[in-house]
Design a protein around this ligand. Structure first.
Ligand SMILES: *[C@@H]1O[C@H](CO)[C@@H](O)[C@H](O)[C@H]1NC(C)=O
Ligand SMILES: *[C@@H]1O[C@H](CO)[C@@H](O)[C@H](O)[C@H]1NC(C)=O
Ligand SMILES: *[C@@H]1O[C@H](CO)[C@@H](O)[C@H](O)[C@H]1NC(C)=O
Length: 306
């Protein structure tokens, strides 16, 4: 009988130890799962840079789309308008988002192989949005632009700081209205009437530079799962925004591809100007550094408060 009690005690102890080991394993697995979720997303990006936004109350994050080969252009951007960390005391951060051909197939089942061209573009934009949601949810606003664009961060930052409302529901840029869908069956961006019967595309912000508030990044990302159209990235975001019930806000200060005849003064009011080579970026940046105060009234009237 005595032996039995001892045996029972030993068995209980063994059970208890096993239970402890098991709980520990479960807890570790739970913790592992949490960090895996971030790691999992990281794996979708050859260079994920997951800590780029850590520990900062970021006001404006700028993602600059760039092709991996274009180091010259990236260096010009780094040396010029991207070389700033504060706008009126508020932290800003500029990151390059490299579109790359190697990233395609492995990136989960987001995109069907079949519509090749559209998928590439969607993938890039959708990946960028997912990156922001995962690694930079603190940024109040996000500016999406390209390495061939001059961006006037102080002007955009000043405008955003002056918004007399919550930093929500914002999809701001050069709004393209009444753009026609591509109906050329031989074109890569062909949008068949079966897929989209309307005469005009939804209003969208020109892709050279536009701003989204963090909540709109989420809304557009969620809507992107249901939008399948072989369209340009900016039109795609327009489709998603429409689906999410977010209307674009127009500002002529985003000058798009048709940038005005160069005038250093006007560039102080502009938010962005597209189609700039590396030397042009350097010229504009140098000119902005010399404020001589002689600005034509036209520029001020054109761009000051639009
Ligand atoms: C990571 O991704 C794999 C598939 O890519 C999936 O099966 C797994 O559940 C994911 N893990 C987490 C923690 O999200
Ligand atoms: C950024 O600007 C600072 C001075 O404002 C300068 O010292 C630095 O070299 C610049 N960085 C680059 C990459 O040009
Ligand atoms: C780099 O960007 C510039 C400006 O957009 C463009 O003219 C040039 O063709 C690009 N070069 C490469 C290798 O992508």
């Amino acid at each position: 009988k005595h032996v039995f009690v001892v045996l029972k005690h030993i068995l209980n102890t063994i059970y208890f130890l096993l239970f402890c080991v098991y709980s520990r394993m479960v807890t570790e697995m739970e913790m592992q799962k949490k960090s895996n979720a971030r790691d999992n997303v990281s794996q979708a990006y050859p260079i994920a840079n997951p800590d780029a936004c850590r520990n900062s109350d970021l006001f404006l994050l700028t993602l600059v789309f760039s092709s991996p080969a274009n180091i010259t252009q990236r260096d010009a951007v780094r040396k010029t308008w991207a070389n700033q960390t504060l706008i009126q005391g508020f932290p800003v951060r500029i990151l390059f988002f490299l579109g790359s051909t190697q990233t395609s197939a492995a990136q989960e089942g987001l995109i069907r192989e079949s519509d090749h061209y559209g998928d590439m573009v969607q993938e890039r934009t959708v990946l960028a949005l997912r990156w922001i949601i995962t690694f930079c949810p603190v940024a109040r606003f996000v500016l999406l632009t390209m390495d061939s664009v001059f961006v006037n961060l102080p002007a955009i930052g000043g405008y955003l700081l002056g918004l007399h409302r919550h930093p929500e529901d914002l999809y701001l840029g050069r709004v393209i209205q009444r753009d026609s869908p591509d109906r050329d069956p031989n074109s890569q961006g062909y949008l068949p009437p079966v897929l989209y019967p309307d005469k005009y595309l939804p209003e969208y912000c020109d892709g050279t530079a536009y701003v989204l508030s963090q909540d709109v990044v989420r809304k557009v990302y969620i809507a992107s799962a249901t939008v399948r159209a072989p369209v340009k990235a900016d039109v795609f975001v327009g489709f998603c925004a429409q689906k999410a019930g977010v209307a674009p806000t127009h500002s002529a200060r985003f000058s798009g591809e048709k940038h005005i005849h160069y005038n250093a003064c006007c560039y102080r009011y502009l938010f962005s100007s597209a189609g700039m080579g590396s030397h042009e970026l350097e010229t504009v940046w140098a000119d902005l550094g010399h404020r001589d105060g002689r600005c034509s009234l036209t520029c001020r009237l054109l761009f000051k408060d639009s």
